[in-house]
Write a protein that binds this ligand. Structure first.
Ligand code: GLN
Length: 240
């Protein structure tokens, strides 16, 4: 039987915009192309969830209204998710859920939505809407490309590692010059698009971390990523 990993998909109904679902498809396909398998389990508001079986956590972006809808339920899972992040379970959370994996998000209307503190960061809605193409460089992964659309401005605490240094676009906020956050194998980012099909090195980093923990896999079978990398190249030359 082929090696399987379990992916937890956080609130796909409320938190799924600008193609975020494409990230799940990318993870599943990159496993299948290597003869491996993923089982995707959806985390839904108010429902019980078995975290013990989970090898990788994914959550997308959403409107403020979506964040308000899922916020309290995410906090219900907060202890478990923090424990898993500390244990090195790979996670990718985008925009709206990135904000809620920080300590809190304060909306433009003044609602305070508590987060779960996987990242030492706070987000507050600002008057500038950060919208457009982004290119940001990570030391290990190289240039990451994507599309941002948020008014929440995220401030990382001193000592909180960002994901990448921005060369086009805003990322965390209009002033910092940095994009996203990294705590161990947990990654938060503003990059939509979806981000993984155009950044296969990021997809494979998450998959390898999951396969290593569950099955002791030390390296991934290489794939031909020429289409994906060609897409990334085009995205990188798009105007802001
Ligand atoms: N509502 C949040 C913001 O505008 C998140 C947006 C998103 O997930 N794209 O900052």
């Amino acid at each position: 039987m082929s090696q399987t990993i379990v992916i937890a998909h956080l609130y796909p109904r409320e938190m799924n915009i600008y193609g975020d679902m494409g990230n799940i498809i990318s993870l599943v396909k990159r496993l299948e192309w290597r003869g491996l398998r993923a089982e995707v389990r959806q985390v839904e508001i108010g429902e019980a969830f078995d975290w013990e079986a989970v090898d990788l956590v994914f959550g997308g972006g959403g409107q403020d209204s979506g964040q308000l809808a899922v916020g309290a339920d995410l906090v219900r899972h907060g202890d478990k998710l923090r424990e898993m992040a500390k244990a090195g379970v790979p996670m990718l959370v985008i925009c709206g859920l990135y904000q809620l994996f920080g300590r809190e998000f304060v909306t433009g209307g003044g609602d305070v939505i508590p987060g779960i503190g996987v990242f030492n960061a706070n987000t507050r809605a600002g008057s500038v809407r950060m919208i457009g193409n982004v290119v940001a460089k990570n030391d290990e992964l190289g240039a990451l490309v994507g599309f941002e659309n948020h008014s929440g401005a995220t401030k990382l605490d001193k000592g909180q590692l960002p994901l990448a240094k921005v060369s086009k676009g805003c990322g965390n906020n209009p002033k910092s010059g940095y994009e996203g956050a990294v705590s161990g194998e947990a990654i938060g980012t503003y990059l939509h698009g979806p981000v993984l099909p155009k950044n296969p090195q990021l997809a494979d980093k998450l998959l390898l971390a999951a396969l290593k923990r569950r099955h002791g896999v030390q390296e991934l079978q290489p794939l031909d990523s020429s289409f994906e990398l060609a897409a990334a190249k085009v995205a990188a030359t798009r105007p802001r």
